[in-house]
Design a binder for this molecule. Structure first.
Ligand SMILES: [Zn+2]
Length: 504
């Protein structure tokens, strides 16, 4: 039995009509778009949906996020990355989250995501103090239950955290330094073994809807053999290898101090760049870095809301486009942007780059933003042959908006209104692989009310633990504050803040 959506306004994102809405019908069969055209086949037993007054577009790909942070939503403000991380990813005193809480967290995270139009999550799952299979199983189980598509990582940091930034270790009390350096860390072989096992364990999970992804945290946070080994393993499985690179000015200073070059150039030298690599952020890249990323066909996940919240800087959107680097859009975690919803990210991406230069012909366009939120994210997730556009043969991951809403009234340019006017409130149906996971604005697959109630019950215990760990990590604050300010005042040869170069 098929579902036929008749005579809807459709943004296909295919090569012919791109982001321009056209009136089309869609036949969905066995989870894929079987036909798309002015007319399509209708057979007895098909479910036929009247698509008039509806806008249909490909589901959004959240190309960079961390479900771990869901429980820290709304806890922090006005902290730059290096200080914020001390509390959101504590160095000392963290206890492993029990798998049932990981599952609850992941369910809520996925529910909020799909309700905003996200059909694919690139979830870089970092558990502190470290990750095990019971926790990773819980994430896979949760996304299986909700029905979302996802790349799910084993995230790894295998250097003592205080040694992943310049200067700070010298300014910390020696007993604290000793304690951090004594914390056991994975070797490259440990992580690659874990990842091999994960590929076996999750192969074909949920009909291939859920995939394991490699995620060495960053070039300054992982050993060279781990970074190179993860790149190789990702290629062997055609999986994504997801790496945080040059999110902040501190990291630009780090490249110079640790390797005498940029972090992108360091990754190139050690063999850790490939077409399966996605850099999260990529803000403080030089023109030469951008050329290297284009040469190796590396993608970049752009996360403007998180970058604004943490004051990280403004990624060079136009330079990436000019160089031919594929961009995806990400919300980043729920502590650095406080929501996994993607409409805000689309709007921020469309707006932010208009203040970077007076030449309005170089500003970000709604078409580029929609492309990044769909095809770009799909490419970065290594899913571009399956999703990212609506065309015959691709998975039926799609969004259905009601056009009789305030956001779409008056109907002028639906593509512009989708980016600038719509905030998720007009979204009626969300389909992943032909399955309806949101209907009439409600998640159909899990009991959202019950999940919210369960979290409310558990919250006092969760928050008491967060408070305890937070106070344990204030010991790092002063040295990291000094390090942050020192790096902010240095000249790294690129400028991604709106103040004068070198301003701290
Ligand atoms: Zn991140």
């Amino acid at each position: 039995m098929a579902i036929v959506i008749r005579d809807a306004e459709v943004i296909t994102m295919d090569v012919r009509t791109g982001s321009t809405p056209v009136t089309r019908s869609i036949r969905i069969e066995d989870g894929v778009v079987a036909e798309l055209g002015a007319t399509v086949r209708v057979q007895d037993g098909d479910t036929v949906v009247n698509g008039r007054d509806r806008l249909v577009c490909p589901g959004f790909v959240n190309a960079h996020t961390h479900s771990w942070e869901y429980l820290a939503k709304g806890r922090y403000d006005n902290l730059p990355l290096e200080l914020w991380m001390l509390y959101s990813y504590p160095i000392l005193g963290g206890k492993p989250l029990p798998p049932d809480l990981v599952r609850l967290r992941s369910l809520l995270f996925a529910v909020e995501s799909v309700r905003s139009g996200v059909t694919t999550l690139v979830d870089d799952v970092l558990e502190t103090p470290s990750q095990d299979f019971a926790q990773l199983d819980a994430v896979f189980d949760a996304y299986d239950a909700v029905g979302v598509r996802a790349n799910i990582s084993g995230h790894v940091i295998n250097r003592p955290f205080i040694d992943t930034v310049p200067y700070a270790a010298e300014w910390l009390p020696s007993d604290v330094v000793d304690q951090v350096r004594a914390t056991p860390l994975l070797s490259a072989a440990d992580y690659l073994d874990f990842s091999q096992e994960a590929f076996r364990r999750y192969a074909g999970r949920a009909d291939g809807r859920l995939r394991y992804m490699l995620a060495p945290s960053g070039p300054q946070r992982c050993t060279d053999d781990l970074l190179a080994g993860a790149t190789e393993l990702a290629l062997a499985h055609d999986a994504e290898c997801h790496v945080h690179v040059l999110e902040t000015k501190t990291q630009a200073v780090t490249g110079r101090e640790f390797y005498g070059t940029t972090l992108v150039e360091h990754l190139r030298r050690i063999g850790a760049l490939s077409a399966n690599t996605t850099l999260a952020h990529g803000i403080w890249t030089t023109d030469s870095d951008i050329a290297t990323l284009a040469e190796y066909d590396v993608c970049v996940s752009h996360n403007p809301v998180s970058n604004l919240k943490l004051g990280s800087g403004i990624a060079p959107w136009r330079r990436y486009h000019d160089a031919g680097v594929t961009l995806g859009l990400g919300s980043d975690g729920c502590s650095s942007s406080d929501t996994p919803r993607l409409p805000e990210v689309l709007k921020a991406a469309a707006l932010l780059h208009k203040v970077t230069e007076p030449d309005h012909t170089a500003w970000s366009t709604a078409d580029e933003v929609l492309r990044a939120a769909t095809l770009g994210g799909a490419r970065s997730a290594r899913l571009h042959t399956d999703i990212g556009s609506l065309e015959p043969g691709k998975k039926a991951d799609l969004l259905v908006y009601d056009l009789n809403t305030l956001a779409f009234t008056p109907r002028n340019r639906l593509d512009l209104q989708l980016v600038y006017s719509e905030n998720g409130s007009s979204l009626r149906q969300v389909m992943v692989g032909g399955e309806i996971v949101v209907d009439d604005g409600r998640v159909t697959t899990v009991d959202e009310e019950a999940l919210l109630a369960e979290l409310r019950d558990r919250l006092p215990g969760i928050q008491a633990e967060q408070d305890r760990v937070e106070s344990r990590n204030t010991v790092f604050h002063e040295a990291f504050e000094r390090m942050y300010r020192t790096c902010a005042a240095e000249d790294v040869g690129v400028h991604r803040w709106s103040g004068p170069p070198g301003a701290s």
